[in-house]
Write a protein that binds this ligand. Structure first.
Ligand code: 5GP
Ligand code: MN
Ligand code: MN
Length: 331
């Protein structure tokens, strides 16, 4: 058994008050991991508070358990003082946002599957063999003998399903399928998970059409990119959450190896998403730009003028792509 895993089990067993935090710009794996762990630990009689320092995209509210997640302000103002802080699916301290303020003088447990994790906790159970953090939470809950029912199993399955692109990406391996199968045998309903993404607003289709109008291809069609500016979101009566999945549409184009999607947030920050198909290492590019992620899915957040950022990122992407081509990474 992994030493950090055992230390985390021991820390949880000894703790009464636990803060479980996810990362900013939360995705399905993050929300699933925060919820599955907090619900699991509550069932063991722990005093658990779940926190994410970011708005949760509206389409996840189909899972009513999302309502237990508190904002940073709510937790700060409540005076809750945890014995233990557990960070899930976050590769570096900046990813938990202001919840870093709770680290001082406390034991911090990190549970994550990103190869770019900076090991910022007291105990770091970081393992890239897992396609999702939700699978790690599943193991932890099982080790702690958390009782599972249909709801918890479905919420836990949601993280595996979303991080593997509904079992379509290269991380959809035997482990992901067998963990999913176990959850299904415990009552998880896959159709309830897929319904989150079959609930689109018509405005999102108009937004997609704007993104397609901005699409550009380079490097003999191997590199595709597009963007949405603040104004594009406003014009379409949308916000940043409404473009979830757009970068996957770019990657789905025949012949594309690397897809890049630039999203300008209302606060002026630009979030950049990278997705690759077979050989390009997106995490290398993201780390170079101050972000992180996985070989086939990574991202970073930059401040400044949208078009200047597009130029800068493309310069790095072209260079790294050429290096990886000449190094023979092309598979
Ligand atoms: P997405 O493009 O969906 O936002 O993120 C893809 C992957 O990259 C996820 O695994 C996510 O955790 C990681 N990622 C995205 N943005 C950032 C970032 O700004 N910093 C770091 N460290 N990782 C990021
Ligand atoms: Mn995530
Ligand atoms: Mn994840």
């Amino acid at each position: 058994m992994n030493r950090d895993f055992l230390s985390i089990v021991a820390e949880i067993s000894n703790a009464g008050k636990i803060l479980v935090v996810g990362h900013i710009m939360p995705d399905g794996d993050d929300i699933s991991s925060v919820l599955s762990l907090s619900i699991g630990l509550s069932r063991l009689g722990k005093d658990v508070v779940a926190g994410i320092d970011w708005r949760i995209p509206w389409y996840f509210y189909d899972f009513e358990e999302t309502g237990i997640v508190r904002s940073y302000e709510e937790i700060e103002n409540s005076g809750f003082s945890p014995d233990l802080v557990i960070c899930v699916d976050a590769s570096s301290p900046d990813r938990v946002g202001r919840f870093q303020n709770f680290f001082n003088g406390r034991t911090v447990c990190v549970i994550d599957h990103h190869g770019t994790n900076t090991l910022f906790g007291t105990h770091n159970w970081v393992d890239t063999k897992f396609g999702s953090t939700a699978q790690m939470v599943f193991r932890l809950n099982q080790a702690l003998e958390v009782p599972y029912d249909e709801r918890l199993a479905t919420i836990n399955l949601m993280g595996i399903a979303t991080d593997t692109g509904f079992f379509r990406y290269s991380n959809a391996d035997e482990l992901a399928f067998s963990d999913a199968a176990k959850l299904v045998s415990m009552g998880a309903k896959a159709y309830l998970v897929s319904r989150i993404f079959e609930n689109k607003r018509i405005e999102q289709f108009n937004l997609l059409s704007t993104m397609i109008q901005h699409l550009r291809m380079e490097m003999n069609g191997q590199l595709v990119y597009s963007y949405l500016s603040k104004e594009d979101y406003e014009k379409n009566n949308c916000n940043e959450d409404d473009s979830g999945g757009f970068v996957g549409e770019l990657r789905s184009i025949r012949g594309v190896e690397l897809a890049i999607f630039f999203s300008e947030y209302t606060d002026g920050e630009v979030h950049v998403s990278f997705r690759s198909k077979d050989w390009f290492d997106c995490s290398k590019l993201a780390v170079l730009l101050g972000g992180g992620g996985h070989p086939r899915a990574a991202g970073c957040t930059l401040k400044g003028d949208l078009f200047a950022i597009i130029d800068e990122v493309l310069k790095e992407a072209r260079a790294l792509m050429s290096i990886q081509i000449s190094a023979g990474s092309v598979g």
